[in-house]
Every structure is written in C-alpha cells, then in structure tokens.
Design a protein around this ligand. Structure first.
Ligand code: G6P
Length: 371
C-alpha cells in the first residue's frame, strides 16, 4: 500500500529518502574512545597491523561501492588494493596469504559468488572482513571480522540506501586499517570520522533535487540510451548510475571513465543523446575539474544533451550543462555519497515513466543465491 511506501508510489523512492538515516545508523557505535571499532572482530590487532594487501570482492552495486574502497584505502593506508567481481576472483588463482585481507561486500550476505570468493580466500589462509546489511548471514558467519551497515531492510530490488551504507562502511574499514598500521594518528582518524558524520546532513540537502530530477526523468523516458561519465571517485558513480538505469528502465546505459572518451565512447555521441556527467569539485580537484570541462565541451559540440551533476557554486560548468543538478560541496572521497542520489532518482523515474515496476524489475532478484 501507499502507506507502507511512506506515501510514495514505490519503495525505492522511500528508500532513497531514508538514506540520511541509513548513514547515521551505519556510523553509529563505530567510533569509540578515539578509535574505529568493527562489529565483530576475531582477528587480533597484530593481524590487522600486518595486512599488506587488500582484495575487495563483491557483485553488482556492492562491487561499485568496492571500487570506491580502493581510492580511500590506498590513500589512507598505503596498502595496495585490488577490487574484483566475486565471480571472477573465485575462479582465478589470486596470490593470497596470511597477510592478505579480503573485504567481502554484500548487502544480503548470501550472494553465492561472493560467498564462494570468501571460501576461496580462506582456503589460502587470507583473512576475511565482511561488510553486510543482514545480521547473521552466511558471509559474515564465515568471516574473521564484520562490519554491519545497519541500513535497515531494503525492499526495492535495486540497491539504494545499502549502497551509500556500503561506501560509508568501506571508509570505516579504511580508517580502521590506517589506525592499526599507524598511517593515520587518532586525531586524523577523528577528523575523517567527523567528515563522515556530516554526510547524513549533506545527503538530506541533496534530496532537495528529487523533484527536479523526476521531471528530467520524465523528459528522458523515450531516450534510446544514456551514457554516464565520471573521473576518479566519480567513475564508480557513473557505473552505478548506468547499472540503475539498466536494472530499472531496461534502457541501454554505459558508464565510462571520462579519460577514455577518446578511446571509443565518443564515437557513440549523436544528436540529443543524453550524457550524464559527474563533475569533480572545482576547488578540491581543480585539475580533474578542468579535464572534465573539456570532455563536456567535446561531447556537447557533437550534439549530446548534457546532464551535469556538479558542486554548488560551480559557475564554470554552467555554459556546458543543458541540465544542471547541484550537490553540496563535500570532501573528494565523500562526493559519491551525494552525487549518486540524483542518479538513483533518475533511473527510478525513467522506469516509472516507461510504465515499469520500479521495485520489482523483470528478471532480477534481490539476492542471487543460486548461480
Ligand atoms: C543483486 C541485486 C543487486 C545487488 C547484487 C549484490 O543483483 O539485485 O541490487 O547489488 O545482487 O547483492 P549483495 O546482497 O551481495 O550485495
């Protein structure tokens, strides 16, 4: 009923709007006495300190959150991180050992490929840390440490609030590792945590774009395809935006690293093709911002209809944005927590305008427990 959906036409919109609260719940209790704490830890501090290599394994949207973990963990901890689809990792012969940490990210904690990736890692004595939204699920049960996202149950098949919660949890794991290795002192960890703690409010602010994006979604509903471009942490966001559109609107959608534009994707640009661009901050990432401006100029010159997600006050991008969606200014690594929100709404609204069931897309399951 509409009441269960909080007055919305579909659960997904309710869950999109619950994201600030979900993030508060993910963060709660994980910063105690100046340090990051996990929910379950069956590894010693020394084990954590000795980690010299990280593999992140996951499927679907969880994999996209994992891509972001690499930016944060390598930056904060100076440990090499590889991110891999669980379905590839489990059939390869990755180089693992006692000092390897495998971070398995799964909302349900029951995804068959992710579970098998965990087992594959453990047979080679690697440590496993699970990031999961479901208490007591199989993946956390088979792991050496667990961080629960506590985002609450998610009804929509396409992940929304659990994605933002996974990103947040990944960053908490990054801070826990930085702390254990001593690459970050407690006061720096405290500062990073404070920035994370300010994100529920920033996401709340971003929700003010919902009506603008819904209107845009209705306008774009007849498009043949939509492309998404991002750079740095905006790249996984572009991949996630495209995945949401495929899942919900059954529309051809691809996410690209903007630097790859000239290596292929630019050939796809034709008149009125919508291209969603996630802009880096002009202040925080001036170089990437200027590169992205020239990318937009190039696609606009070839007729693309540009939909630009940019930080408030980004005047330079205005002339190149056929539609401008403004998000609050936040730290670089945290931008995905706000830039993803309009992309979720866009996919849901295009799907609805096309007459599809947003909460139960065809052929998809909430959790893929059989292969
Ligand atoms: C399915 C769902 C996705 C989800 C993926 C991974 O494909 O439809 O929304 O991202 O599984 O699920 P997990 O529970 O492992 O995060």
């Amino acid at each position: 009923s509409a009441a269960e959906k909080g007055g919305h036409d579909y659960f997904m919109l309710k869950e999109i709007e619950e994201q600030p609260e979900a993030l508060e719940n993910t963060l709660r209790g994980h910063f105690v006495n100046g340090g990051i704490v996990l929910d379950e830890q069956r590894m010693t501090e020394q084990d954590l300190r000795d980690i010299d290599k990280v593999f992140v394994v996951a499927c679907g949207t969880a994999y996209h959150s994992g891509l972001l973990a690499k930016y944060a963990i390598e930056h904060w901890c100076r440990i090499p991180v590889e991110v891999e689809l669980a379905s590839e990792f489990r059939y390869r012969d990755p180089v693992l050992g006692r000092d390897t940490l495998v971070v398995a990210i799964s909302q349900s904690g029951e995804t068959a490929d992710t579970l098998e990736a965990v087992r594959h890692a453990r047979t080679q004595r690697a440590r496993v840390l699970a990031i999961c939204n479901t208490n007591g699920a199989q993946i956390p049960r088979e792991s050496d440490a667990v961080l629960y996202t506590h985002a609450g149950p998610e009804i929509g098949v396409a992940a929304t609030k659990t994605f933002l919660a996974q990103i947040t949890a990944n960053y908490l794991v990054g801070l826990a590792l930085a702390q254990a290795r001593g690459t970050k002192y407690s006061d720096e960890v405290a500062r990073e945590f404070e920035e994370l703690a300010a994100m529920p409010q920033a996401v709340r602010q971003t929700l003010s774009t919902v009506e603008q994006v819904r209107t845009l979604g209705r306008e774009l509903a007849d498009s043949k395809a939509v492309l998404f471009l991002g750079r740095h942490v905006g790249y996984p966001v572009a991949l996630e935006g495209a995945l949401k559109l495929k899942e919900l609107a059954y529309m051809h959608a691809e996410g690209f690293a903007a630097g790859e534009l000239k290596h292929g994707p630019i050939a796809l640009i034709e008149d009125r093709l919508p291209v969603v661009v996630v802009m880096p901050s002009a202040k925080g990432r001036a170089l990437l911002h200027s590169k992205m401006l020239s990318n937009i100029r190039e696609i606009q010159a070839r007729g693309a209809r540009t939909v630009v997600i940019a930080e408030e006050g980004d005047e330079a991008v205005r002339p190149f944005a056929d539609e401008l969606i403004e998000i609050p200014a936040v730290a670089t690594l945290l931008q995905p927590l706000v830039s993803t929100v309009p992309l979720q709404v866009l996919a849901a609204e295009i799907a609805r305008a096309r007459g599809y069931d947003v909460d139960k897309p065809r052929n998809l399951a909430k959790s893929v427990t059989v292969e």
